[in-house]
Design a protein around this ligand. Structure first.
Ligand code: ZN
Length: 308
């Protein structure tokens, strides 16, 4: 497999309030683990700046203007109880989305089989008109619509294994049968959505897990719900909202996954990408707040992307 990794130094300059779990050290931990010899074959790329006009694929322009106007010249602007913006946040968002879109181009133009974007801020909680959960712009949603607009993708599958439900992604595609959204997450937990009966236009597949669930329950949710849904949908492109906060060390949640589980899930999604989508798969970093758990898990995920 040819695997590209996108990142950009400005993604370290989006900062939250002191003590906030979504911190620049997360990205440093991921970058450090990817320095190991087993990752020598990775092609590392600098994420380009997205044209902010593409954000309108997922958000109305007045929402985007409001978010942009909230970016402070100094200090922090509080957007909700746990979401804030710093002077470099907009530029970090432009690079995060830019990396994702470059990755979409790479897999559709056959430069890479798959791509991992080591970027922040995360995006999957950002709804059409609401920034929340550390997220300002929904990167994975913009990437899905971009694949459809630019590359003619007809059926895009988004799989979200972050421990929190990807309410923003679900909100954006709730009535859109051309995008399948499948999510494993702990429930009840922030943000409160993600029940089995939230099915949208028949394109939403939630697989809630309970506090304390580990590998077996996670794999069962994949085997029984997530993987058959994707297989039946026959996507021509697969996106992953890759949050690693379901790791047992994570301080924000209570699932008990290990790095091996992320390796396993990645392999299963690659099998479906090979079967239906000529391997085309782009994965975006979402959550993961224990630095060791995050590094081990992201390392296992990227290593699997490379190995096939
Ligand atoms: Zn999360």
């Amino acid at each position: 497999m040819t695997t590209f990794v996108y990142s950009h130094p400005v993604c370290l300059e989006h900062v939250n309030m002191p003590g906030h779990p979504e911190r620049p050290d997360r990205l440093r931990a991921v970058e450090k683990v990817l320095q190991a010899n087993i990752f020598d074959a990775l092609e590392r790329k600098e994420a380009p700046q997205a044209d902010p006009a593409v954000f309108e694929l997922a958000h109305p322009s007045n929402y985007l203007e409001r978010i942009r106007s909230l970016i402070p010249e100094t200090g922090l602007a509080q957007i909700d109880a746990d979401t804030s913006a710093s002077p470099k946040s907009w530029e970090a968002v432009l690079r995060a989305v830019g990396g994702a879109l470059a990755g979409v181009d790479d897999v559709f133009e056959e430069r890479a089989d798959n791509v991992f974007c080591a970027v922040r801020p995360p995006g999957h909680h950002a709804e059409k008109t609401t920034a929340m959960g550390f997220c300002l712009v929904n990167t994975v949603a913009v990437a899905a619509r971009y694949a459809q607009e630019k590359h003619g993708a007809e059926r895009v599958a988004i799989v979200d294994f972050d421990v929190h439900h990807g309410n923003g992604t679900q909100d954006i595609f709730y009535e859109d049968g051309s995008v399948l959204f499948a999510s494993t997450h702990q429930m009840p937990l922030y943000p409160g959505t993600g029940a089995l009966n939230e099915t949208g236009a028949g394109n939403i597949f939630n697989a809630p897990l309970r506090d304390g669930d580990g590998s077996e329950a996670f794999k069962a949710a994949f085997r029984e719900r997530v993987l058959p849904a994707i297989d039946g949908f026959r996507p021509d492109f697969v996106l992953i909202s890759a949050g690693f906060d379901a790791h047992y060390r994570d301080p924000l949640a209570g699932l008990e996954l290990t790095a091996d589980d992320f390796d396993w899930a990645t392999g299963k999604l690659m099998d479906l990408a090979q079967k239906h989508a000529q391997n085309r798969l782009v994965s975006l970093l979402e959550g993961g707040y224990d630095l060791q758990g995050l590094a081990e898990s992201a390392g296992a995920h990227v290593n699997r992307l490379m190995r096939g």
